[in-house]
Design a protein around this ligand. Sequence first.
Ligand code: CA2
Length: 148
Amino acid sequence: MEHALLILNGPNLNLLGTRQPEVYGTTTLADIEELCQQKAKTLGVSVTCAQSNHEGALVDLIHDARGQYAGIILNAGAYTHTSIALLDAIASVEIPTIELHLSNVHAREEFRHTSYIAKAALGIICGFGAQGYVLAIDALVAHLNKDT
Ligand code: CA2
């Protein structure tokens, strides 16, 4: 395994596939995690998945990633639009982090157009549903391999 990646999902994403399928689809978080494991296998990297509904717990998980993971894929859910604490956490650990959203946040309500996390992110993927996680793994691994 060349790289270890952390896939972190924030508040309410544990409900995926059970409610609001018109917005978030019918794929469950467990399905997405399985998709990520499959993609990781094809690229020879490892992925660890975690989800929390709590801002401080997400901050802790980001801190703990230091020295453990080469990259992070973060769907911070609604905390994307509110959390300076998550921005500071990502900036402080200096681990390349992709901001990810299932939905195209720019085609939705105005308050979803602002991301506090974007400033510290390597890049942003949104609007591709569960496939976005696969795209993010590809992009992160390409980034981590670019100087090797
Ligand atoms: O599109 C995304 O991935 C979001 O990060 C999802 C967040 C939302 O607040 C962001 O603006 C965009 C919400 C996740 C809620 O997930 C649910 C899933 C099923 C049922 C209800 C909520």
